[in-house]
Design a protein around this ligand. Structure first.
Ligand SMILES: Cc1ncc(C[n+]2csc(CCOP(=O)(O)OP(=O)(O)O)c2C)c(N)n1
Ligand code: SF4
Ligand SMILES: [Mg+2]
Length: 274
């Protein structure tokens, strides 16, 4: 029997051993991001901006230029890079502690300014790297090292829904939440990452994709149980879907002004296109 190889490693993804825990979502999210870099031919012009968190070693996995940012400041660093050199393709990659907690200020002001940046956001409901403390996205009742009796929303507030929040900013052209728990969801996630790239390529505004992924180690679950937790718990609090899409269609002009004029009330009408 002849076995044909149908899927290879994206050129932008380095052939190195992974340091991520088995079952962690970062690896799949990296692959989808690398596929988008290859697809749009951006390996020579893309700059990746790494966060503090488990994905801090972005340079190790991506064969593109990368820079490290202080915790939470990836979108501020990205703003400077893009404004100084508009020809760069600027890609930020952040976890929930990074983007939605310590960096929340930078995140919302970058979104509000409509910087031409592509932001990949990994929501795993905890601070993974530092031992599983509560993140803004931790679920109600979820036990973490800083909420040992479970997150109490009367005391710690409710989970922050970034995809919905980002969609509310005029400067955001695309916002979608996806998950990685089965091949169909991974295909959807791939499409969403590509759309977030298109937002920058068409100069339409900020492109945002929130990827739900389990932190198996801090959940203290096997990878299959952690995927079930994503389906049963994480997706119940964070509904999947497109929260905003004002990318230009083929017939529309692609200047920011034109994109603003064609902005529709997509925000809030959650759709899923296969
Ligand atoms: C200014 C600053 N405060 C705190 C830390 C410690 N720290 C490093 S990673 C991290 C949390 C990362 O969590 P998240 O962004 O959710 O990424 P994950 O590891 O879950 O992918 C923290 C608090 C730091 N490096 N810098
Ligand atoms: S600690 Fe969690 S987020 Fe970090 S590599 Fe392991 S599973 Fe992934
Ligand atoms: Mg996290």
């Amino acid at each position: 029997m002849t076995v044909n190889k149908t899927l290879g490693r994206p050129e932008s993804l380095c052939d190195v051993p992974t340091l991520y825990c088995g079952g962690c979502g970062h690896g799949v999210a990296h692959r989808l991001t690398a596929e988008a870099i290859d697809h749009f031919g951006l390996r020579g012009s893309a700059v990746g901006i790494a966060p503090a968190g488990c994905s801090v070693l972005l340079y190790k996995y991506f064969d593109i230029d990368t820079i490290e940012s202080a915790h939470g400041r990836a979108l501020a660093v990205g703003t400077g890079m893009k404004r100084a050199n508009p020809d760069l393709f600027v890609l930020t990659y952040q976890g929930d502690g990074d983007l939605a907690s310590i960096g929340m200020c930078e995140t919302i002001h970058t979104a509000n300014r409509g910087e031409s940046i592509t932001a990949v956001f990994i929501n795993n409901a905890v601070y993974g790297m530092t031992g599983g403390q509560m993140a803004p996205t931790t679920l109600p009742g979820q036990r973490t090292t800083t909420t040992p009796a479970g997150r109490d929303i009367a005391r710690e507030g409710a989970p922050i829904k970034m995809a919905e929040m980002m969609a509310g900013f005029d400067g955001v052209a695309y916002s979608e939440r996806v998950a990685l728990y089965d091949p169909r969801q991974i295909r959807r996630a791939r499409k969403a990452v590509f759309k977030a790239f298109e937002a920058q390529i068409t100069n339409s505004g900020l492109g945002f994709v929130e990827i739900l992924a389990p932190c198996v180690t801090n959940l203290k679950m096997t990878p299959d149980k952690a995927q079930q937790w994503v389906i049963d718990e994480l997706c119940a609090t964070f509904p999947l879907g497109v929260y905003k899409d004002r990318l230009p269609t083929e017939n529309q002009a692609t200047t920011p002004a034109a994109a603003t004029q064609t902005a529709t009330a997509e925000c809030g009408s959650v759709t899923h296109a296969d």
